[in-house]
Design a protein around this ligand. Structure first.
Ligand code: HH2
Length: 262
């Protein structure tokens, strides 16, 4: 899954693909690089990001989804917490609603997810984006993330979402201390995979990498991003959400070929 942020302020590529033409050009590059899915986001979820209203978010993502859909059949995901944005995105041709709040943001999120009938990514986050990095606390991060995701999947199914539409995501970097929480989660991804849903993993350019490498800035975290993505592949995740599609795809292919020869 290639990341296509059309925001002025995303943590790693903010502003670079802002606007329809820039977004479309980056979509073409991600597809040429081998992305199977594009994840289109019109609101930054970076820690401390200021919220964007639904009309502005729709204005950023909807024309881009329509334009990509008019060109090709690639699977399209919309990265949004807002039911109104998900609805507009699906009407424009999106296949997946990727919700970092796991349908907790709005009172009608669960009902809209059931109504839309699209695939759904339910991600774990402690708190909400603006405040999530204020003292996140867990007794057992792996167990708590797994329990929360299982509960959110149950809530979605109770609201009428079909089981086979649901993906889970441990939410690396969302309400987690960079090393004390993210490393155990990455080390025990099998516990999330064992819940029986396809798992999406987003580690690309995230801060825990810089905590292990002299505070490397986002554009110098490719090595760590690939290392963590391969940990996910080895644990059986179904997809990795990445900025650097070509490089990650090559790493995954090499890893898989060697694993198959074992
Ligand atoms: N990470 C980010 C955004 N959305 N969605 C899922 N399901 N999983 C993730 O790990 C995830 C996500 C953060 O990355 P990015 O899009 O690069 O930054 P920003 O949120 O600032 O746009």
């Amino acid at each position: 899954m290639g990341v296509l942020d059309v925001t002025p302020d995303s943590f790693s590529d903010g502003g670079r693909h802002f606007g329809l033409e820039a977004g479309l050009a980056h979509a073409r590059k991600l597809i040429a690089d081998g992305a199977d899915i594009l994840d289109i986001g019109g609101e930054s979820t970076r820690p401390g990001a200021e919220p964007v209203d639904a009309a502005e978010e729709i204005a950023r993502v909807e024309p881009l989804i329509r334009a990509i859909r008019a060109e090709c059949e690639v699977t399209l995901s919309v990265d949004t917490m807002k039911p109104a944005v998900a609805r507009a995105a699906v009407a424009a041709g999106a296949d997946i609603w990727n919700d970092v709040t796991a349908l907790r943001f709005a009172p009608d999120s669960l009902d809209v997810a059931a109504e839309l009938g699209c695939q759904l990514v339910l991600m774990h986050m402690q708190g909400e984006p603006r405040t999530m990095q204020h003292e996140p606390r867990y007794d057992d991060v792996v167990a708590e993330v797994a329990e929360h995701l299982a509960a959110r999947a149950e809530a979605a199914m109770a609201a009428g979402v079909a089981r086979e539409k649901i993906w889970l995501d441990p939410g690396v970097g969302f309400g987690k201390h960079s090393l004390a929480h993210n490393l155990p989660l990455l080390a025990h991804l099998d516990r999330i995979v064992d819940l029986g849903f396809p798992v999406l993993l987003g580690v690309s350019r995230k801060r825990f990498i810089s905590a292990l490498d002299d505070e490397a800035p986002p554009d110098q975290r490719l090595g760590g991003s690939i290392a963590a993505a391969l940990v996910g592949v080895a644990a059986g995740v179904a997809a990795v959400r990445v900025h650097d599609v070509r490089e990650t795809r090559q790493a995954v292919r090499v890893w898989e070929a060697i694993a198959a020869a074992r």
